[in-house]
Write a protein that binds this ligand. Structure first.
Ligand code: HEM
Length: 476
């Protein structure tokens, strides 16, 4: 293949540099990158440049680690972009004869699902009614924090990450299932506990199951546990959805949120609603909660930033609950969340499996069905895009920082861009803004006495619970 402009031969995947299988294994097993593979992106970029190939097990990837090249992949992703295929999720759906959801479905069928799921999730006007429900869940969070801090002599809430995980779970379920699960109660209902732990297990096991070949299932327990976790998720989710269905005749439809809309507008089958709602839930739990945990971790260690945020919230809504309109007047609140997502992107390396067309990146040509690994972590930690990249500086999003220069638009895309981007962005932002604003209104947050800060190069992206044993001192 040659370029149209110069007629020069384009290079192919065979010309790309990259590590051998044993070298990758060495990094993962002996250099400590197994739980910090996001940091490996930079190590490899230093060695091979912004485009390299890695082969690992049955994966054969083209890694892309510059904002410009990432933008070129996304521009050529086609009408129905695919992330990495999830054959083990598909296998489970087939095993139990269930419909496919957003994570498994591809092509025009995926698009049909997205077209049905998008309107009440992504349109600003349509998500407004969720604010009241989220505020109630934030009430529960504040009550829980208050109870826990009162039990401690120095106002410490141990493992705030665990509390925020339950907040994330309750928040998204209250919209998707239109029911409260009681995650933040002192006595969490048994069914809810089962749901939380099944979701946790399934997400934890998913990567392991994908990594090991099928024949290992005869003696490794992961596949059976993965199926069991999915079965538990399915049982609880189905129960919640069926309860709503049985109420549809007797209750007014106008009090419905997301589920009622999906059940009544008939664009998806009941089975598709069941899978889709469950998969939306999976996308919406630890994503928001981990971001909130890291935001609190930094605010607790940065009194200046915390003071600025507190003053902003206080000046807009004093002690009142902030409204959606109030949020539009809180640029620093949004900057804090943006900076947290830059430092700890929820998806540090996304994927695109381009099936519809060949892809040209700079002087390289790749055939259809190439799997691209987009190294977002490396790019949003690049000093060329974000000076002093390891520091928490919300001000860099306010355009008022002296010497600030614009970054490439594709160097920071925490929710993705284009038709396959995150479907829960608006709900996630609403949850994070309301929770953080109201925690700030009520408390000054400090680290536990003597707790060390975590060095950037030793950070896992999932915050360790011990890093957010935080002290909550009431504001006067
Ligand atoms: C801080 C919060 C969140 C972040 C940073 C985030 C980020 C992302 C990213 C980067 C993707 C991949 C986009 C792509 O491939 O281009 C994604 C996909 C997705 N997210 Fe989120 N997400 C968040 C919260 C949520 C919430 C609350 C929900 C639930 C409503 C959700 C549901 C999903 C789903 C279902 C997908 C797959 C969409 C598809 O494949 O069509 N996410 N998210």
């Amino acid at each position: 293949v040659t370029t149209a402009a110069t007629g020069k031969r384009l290079k192919t995947v065979e010309d790309l540099p990259g590590p051998s299988f044993t070298k990758t294994l060495h990094w993962l097993l002996f250099k400590g990158y197994a739980d910090k593979s996001h940091l490996l992106q930079d190590v490899q970029k230093q060695l091979y440049g912004p485009l390299w190939r890695s082969r690992f097990g049955h994966y054969d990837l083209v890694n892309v680690a510059s904002a410009e090249l990432i933008s070129q992949v996304i521009r050529q992703e086609g009408r129905y972009p695919v992330r990495a295929p999830l054959p083990h999720w598909k296998e489970y759906r087939d095993l139990r004869n269930q419909a496919y959801g957003l994570h498994v479905e591809t092509g025009s069928n995926w698009h049909r699902l997205r077209s049905a799921l998008n309107p009440k999730m992504l349109k600003l006007q349509e998500v407004r009614p969720y604010a009241a429900v989220i505020q109630e869940v934030v009430d529960d969070l504040l009550q829980r924090v208050e109870e826990l801090r009162r039990r401690s002599p120095d106002c410490t809430v141990p493992d705030m990450a665990g509390e925020l995980y339950k907040f994330g779970f309750e928040g998204i379920s209250s919209i998707l299932f239109e029911t409260r699960l009681g995650c933040l109660q002192e006595e969490v209902p048994t069914e809810t506990l089962k749901f939380i732990s099944a979701v946790n297990d399934m997400l934890l096991l998913s990567n392991t199951v994908a990594l090991f070949p099928r024949w290992t299932r005869r003696f490794l327990p992961h596949w059976d546990r993965f199926v069991k976790a999915w079965d538990d998720i399915s049982t609880v989710a189905r129960g919640l959805i069926e309860r709503r269905i049985s109420q549809l005749d007797s209750r007014s439809l106008s009090d419905g949120l997301y589920l009622t809309y999906l059940l009544c507008n008939n664009t998806l089958s009941r089975e598709e609603v069941f899978t889709s709602v469950t998969e939306l839930l999976l996308g919406g739990v630890d994503t928001t909660s981990n971001t909130l945990s890291w935001a609190l971790y930094h605010l607790a260690r940065d009194p200046r930033a915390q003071q600025r945020l507190w003053e902003e919230v206080r000046s807009v809504c004093a002690e009142e609950r902030p409204s959606l309109q109030d949020l539009t007047q809180m640029p620093y609140l949004k900057a804090v969340i943006k900076e947290t997502l830059r430092l700890y992107p929820v998806v540090p390396g996304n994927a695109r499996y381009v099936t519809e067309n060949d892809v040209v990146l700079g002087e390289y040509w790749f055939p259809k069905e190439t799997l691209f690994h987009l190294c977002h972590y490396s790019v949003c930690h690049s000093p060329d895009e974000f000076p002093d990249p390891e520091s928490f500086v919300p001000e860099r999003w306010l355009r008022s920082l002296p010497g600030l220069r614009p970054h490439h638009p594709y160097s920071y895309i925490p929710f993705g861009v284009g038709v396959r981007a995150c479907v829960g962005k608006r709900v996630a932002e609403m949850e994070m803004y309301f929770a953080l604003a109201r925690l700030m209104q009520r408390y000054q947050v400090l680290p536990e006495e003597g707790a060390p800060a975590i060095e950037p190069k030793t950070r896992t992206l999932m915050i360790p619970g011990s890093a957010v044993n935080l002290r909550f001192l009431p504001r006067a």
